[in-house]
Design a protein. Structure first.
Lengths: 482, 500
């Protein structure tokens, strides 16, 4: 029997503010534990929160980007629960009056289908610290550097129907927040984390009982986790069991999931408006000024890439989706002067290598300028495509810029027409049979027969002859023989 | 005593205004008067228990520095004037306990803004005064450091939660003290100890560094013997503080500027709800006599109604505990403060730390607050209480369209004996029946001594409109020009043991 999967996502994106949402402490990642925790971050008595306006601006930017209503009045609430890395024992968050209301995000699937995913709301909140369970002789260490880092939590409607849509949606959100510059998008550092609500049902029936898998920090983990959980739920129901509402944890390395707590064990969070923070009231001008300053959004950039760079929708999607990717592409294309070749190299060789080593474009060992430098030499005929692969490999390994590598490796192709003519003449002289065949062949079949001659010439030149020149000279000489 | 024989005031009998004048005139140095108060505290406070911590060394160092500044000719207003801080205000490097075992070992690495303001004004801090645990109480019986005794009768309570500050001022163990008021914690102890206390408009005095009980109600203010002294202290305390998001960005006036204005034409609202059942007849008489005195000064009494008065106590005892239940959750034994011995696991640490660190009244309010906020009860309690709060505020807004100030009793009766209300929290909560509404509305309120019943002080409450502290102080000061209740001191405050 057929099953339908129903998925809703809750996405936490760390906002790229310099200081925390309610204190002046730095939000920089990777510092020594507790070096970025002030008296307020430690929840010392008497300390009071002061909201960071930049966090509001970022949240509003996100809201405008997803065509959402921006709340004129938003209210912070306290979500109460005890945990050692939550110093106040409540999280300051928004519930009844979040800053961003309902909106929507458009996704495009591999087969070109488009779908709109509704956003229920997005709210501002503070991140917790981290509990460290190793190296403390049976105790836990607490690092409060992250405590108070601003987050925007984006809550979707249950509009997602499979893992592919979920990943497309997650990638689109990643694209939006990085394009806006409000989140660095570094998933491995926890800058974006996904909670996935999953249920299954027979098509047309009511929603089934859902489970929530928390804190996924890679698209691939999300895909794997959804597949695993959907299978688990279907097996459970088909075996006569029932899905219970629970929170689950997924381990991407072992590809296993386990229950963290059931609904019965869930906290009563006793939300109420935070009396230390007044409601934030915004006027239209404030919002409109932010709207005016919005950078280019992924959808607009996609269309511009198609129009301006002559890219297909598919290529434009790949190159415009990630803000860093788009920046890389546009920098490289502008420097190299050859958009098509640049696009091909980024989507081909570069992406393949990045994927293989699980690197984001931001951390590409080959910079946009370096790639462009190589493409310039490809276009001006200094190197062949085959040589370019060698140059790319060397750049990837940190051997320097294309010109240095070409020089060092002696990769210059022969573009001296006299030298090439000699080679062509030699090959023609040694290929009587093939020349006869060419001469007698129908004109339409001749271009295909050139491959043999080109191959021989390139071989004779040890791969260094300029293929374009080889083609030109060869064609001229063969035609002279007809 | 030598001083009384020469008919010259003892140093400790001076008001703040008189101390400032004395320091300016070179009658005594800051070191002299500071040492005098420190000696007096050492000698007498075992009777009253009004201080939790006395800062002898740092007080003398501050006094020396003040004398030096004065000699250099750049003495700020409070230069060298000794004061005390309620132990709810964080003091950098000095233990700040909030009257609780939970913070018995807590030494803040920062000053509250109020403390900083006094330091900038040159004040000398004698010590930290006793208080109900986390400011939860109306009798000072909930302090981990033991109850404070009322200097007028050491068998009776000083009121609370700022009972230590009130008793210290009443016993002349400091000329003035800071205090806080969440539901009456400045005004009720001021009334019971026969001193003058002012709770400013919510947002007027920074809450930064003031340990939170109920954040939307807490407000710091001065306690002293006269309205003039309160005005001088409020000049130091009132400031806009960017570190407190609920602080109001509005310039503070000079609160002493209007003290001498005549009361001619003043319209005084008398809410009928403040003179109904439950009011001690002696207290009522003292208040009515005070009102008659003000009429003589040219004020007009206008009968008004604050129809939702009866709902104030129930609404308060939902909102304040609800906020407290969250505010006090940070005391979990993880980062500072009390932690139980040898916890088995996290849960054990939380449970025993909090069971050991908090007293009964604090636990009661945390439980009530958590209950009011819990799923299924929020609408019936918390949301309803907030609606009531808006109605109460509207009562006052309407009233202030007709009158300039509102007056009535501060508390329903004079000081009661220890343990008298110990078994009945609701009876204790009704102590604040006349003071709580102003906190819910965010309005300023004041208590001024206006009589004695069985030699126990009675307080006249003056409620002002938002940011109208100047007018309240003016009214109180004018009242104190024609009465001497504020000048009366308990009989035996110069005798160790305090008893007759």
């Amino acid at each position: 029997m057929e099953w339908e999967t129903v998925i809703g996502l809750e996405v936490h994106a760390q906002l790229a503010t310099k200081s925390k949402i309610f204190s002046g402490s730095s939000t920089a990642f990777g510092s020594e534990p507790n070096t970025q925790a002030s008296a307020l971050d430690l929840a010392m008595p008497g300390t009071l929160p002061v909201p960071n306006e930049q966090a509001y601006r970022y949240a509003i930017m996100f809201g405008l980007a997803i065509d959402a209503d921006i709340a004129k009045t938003s209210v912070f609430e306290r979500k109460n629960y005890f945990y050692p890395d939550l110093p106040k024992a409540y999280q300051t968050t928004q519930l009844e009056k979040p800053i961003v209301g309902a909106g929507h995000v458009e996704i495009e699937l591999a087969d070109g289908t488009k779908k709109s995913i509704r956003i229920h709301h997005a709210h501002l909140e503070e991140d917790a610290g981290k509990s460290l369970h190793e190296d403390f002789h049976g105790m836990s260490g607490i690092d409060l550097n992250r405590a108070g880092t601003p987050l925007v939590e984006i809550v979707s409607e249950p509009d997602i129907r499979n893992a592919e849509e979920a990943v497309a949606f997650a990638k689109k959100l990643h694209s939006i927040v990085t394009s806006l510059g409000i989140c660095d998008g570094e998933m491995s550092q926890g800058s974006m984390r996904f909670d996935v609500n999953i249920s299954v049902r027979r098509p047309g029936e009511e929603f089934g009982t859902r489970t929530e898998t928390k804190n996924l920090n890679s698209f691939r983990f999300m895909e794997d986790c959804i597949a695993l959980e959907v299978e688990r739920q279907i097996d459970l129901i088909e075996d006569g069991g029932k899905v219970i509402q629970e929170t689950r944890l997924y381990n991407g390395d072992t590809k296993q999931a386990r229950s963290m707590r059931s609904k019965e064990e869930a906290n009563d969070y006793r939300y109420f408006p935070c009396p230390d923070l007044l409601p934030v009231v915004l006027d239209d001008d404030y919002i409109e000024n932010i709207r005016k300053e919005l950078p280019e959004l992924p959808d607009a950039r996609h269309d511009r890439f198609m129009e301006q760079h002559g890219l297909s929708s598919y290529d434009a999607n790949i190159l415009s989706g990630d803000a860093n990717m788009a920046l890389f592409f546009e920098t490289a294309a502008k420097t190299s002067g050859d958009t098509k070749l640049t696009a091909n190299w980024i989507m081909g060789e570069l992406s393949a290598r990045l994927n293989a080593e699980e690197l984001s474009i931001k951390h590409s060992p080959v910079s946009a300028e370096q790639l462009a430098g190589m493409i310039i030499r490809l276009v001006d005929g200094t190197i062949s495509s085959k040589m370019a692969k060698q140059v790319f490999e060397a750049m990837w390994n940190g051997d320097g810029d294309a010109d240095d590598i070409i020089e060092a490796k002696g990769l210059k192709q022969v573009s001296d027409s006299g030298a090439i003519e000699t080679l062509v003449d030699e090959v023609i002289a040694n290929s009587d049979k093939q020349v006869d065949n060419y001469r007698n062949a129908d004109e339409s079949k001749r271009p295909k027969m050139l491959g043999y001659f080109v191959g021989q010439i390139m071989k004779a030149s040890k791969g260094q002859a300029n293929p374009q020149q080889v083609n030109e000279i060869l064609l001229k000489k063969l035609n002279d023989l007809i | 005593m030598t001083d009384s024989i020469t008919n010259k005031k003892a140093m400790h009998d001076n008001t703040i205004a008189e101390i400032i004048a004395g320091l300016n005139a070179g009658e005594f140095s800051s070191v002299e008067i500071t040492q005098h108060f420190l000696d007096r505290i050492k000698q007498l406070d075992s009777t009253y228990n009004s201080y939790i911590t006395v800062n002898e060394a740092s007080a003398l160092a501050q006094a020396e520095a003040a004398d030096k500044r004065r000699a250099e000719g750049n003495a700020p207003m409070f230069c060298g004037v000794p004061i005390a801080h309620k132990d709810i205000f964080c003091t950098n490097g000095i233990r700040t306990s909030c009257g609780s075992k939970m913070l018995d070992n807590f030494v803040p690495p920062y000053d509250a803004t109020v403390v900083e303001n006094f330091a900038n004004a040159g004040a000398v801090v004698l010590g930290k005064t006793n208080m109900d645990e986390f400011a939860m109480g109306s009798s000072n019986e909930t302090s981990f450091y033991g109850p404070v005794k009322n200097p007028w009768d050491t068998n009776t309570v000083p009121g609370g939660s700022s009972g230590g500050s009130a008793a210290a001022v009443a016993a002349h163990l400091t000329p003035g003290a800071t205090a806080t008021d969440t539901g009456g914690s400045i005004r009720q102890p001021a009334a019971l100890c026969g001193i003058t206390g002012l709770k400013p408009t919510y947002g007027r005095v920074s809450r930064w560094g003031m340990i939170a009980f109920a954040s939307s109600l807490d407000q710091g203010g001065p306690m002293a013997r006269t309205a003039e002294d309160c005005a001088l202290m409020l000049n130091v305390m009132a400031s806009f503080d960017p570190k407190d998001s609920t602080s109001i960005d509005r310039e503070a006036p000079d609160y002493t500027a209007n003290l001498d204005q005549p009361l001619e034409g003043l319209k005084v609202g008398i809410p009928k709800e403040y003179f109904e059942e439950g009011l001690n007849p002696g207290t009522e008489q003292a208040v009515r006599d005070a009102l008659a005195e003000l009429e003589k000064q040219g004020a007009t009494l206008v009968s008004i109604s604050l129809p939702h008065t009866k709902l104030a106590v129930p609404a308060y005892y939902v909102i304040a505990p609800a906020e407290a239940s969250a505010n006090l959750s940070r005391f979990d034994g993880v980062r500072y403060g009390h932690r139980c011995e040898d916890p088995k696991d996290l849960r054990d640490m939380y449970m025993r730390t909090r069971a050991e660190g908090f007293g009964d009244e604090v636990k009661r309010r945390i439980l009530v607050g958590a209950y009011c906020l819990s799923a299924g009860y929020y609408d019936a309690y918390y949301r309803k209480a907030q609606q009531v709060r808006r109605l109460i505020k509207q009562d006052f807004v309407d009233a202030f369209e007709q009158v300039d100030v509102i007056m009535g009793p501060t508390s329903p009766s004079p000081a009661f004996e220890f343990g008298a209300k110990g078994d009945d929290p609701v009876a204790m909560y009704l102590e604040d029946i006349y003071t709580i509404a102003t906190n819910l509305a965010g309005l300023p309120g004041m208590s001024v001594p206006c009589g004695l019943v069985d030699n126990k002080p009675v307080g006249l409450q003056i409620i002002g409109n938002y940011f109208d502290e100047s007018r309240m102080l003016n009214v109180a000061h004018q009242f104190q020009q024609v009465t001497d209740w504020h000048q009366q001191a308990p009989a035996n405050i110069d005798v160790a043991g305090g008893e007759k």
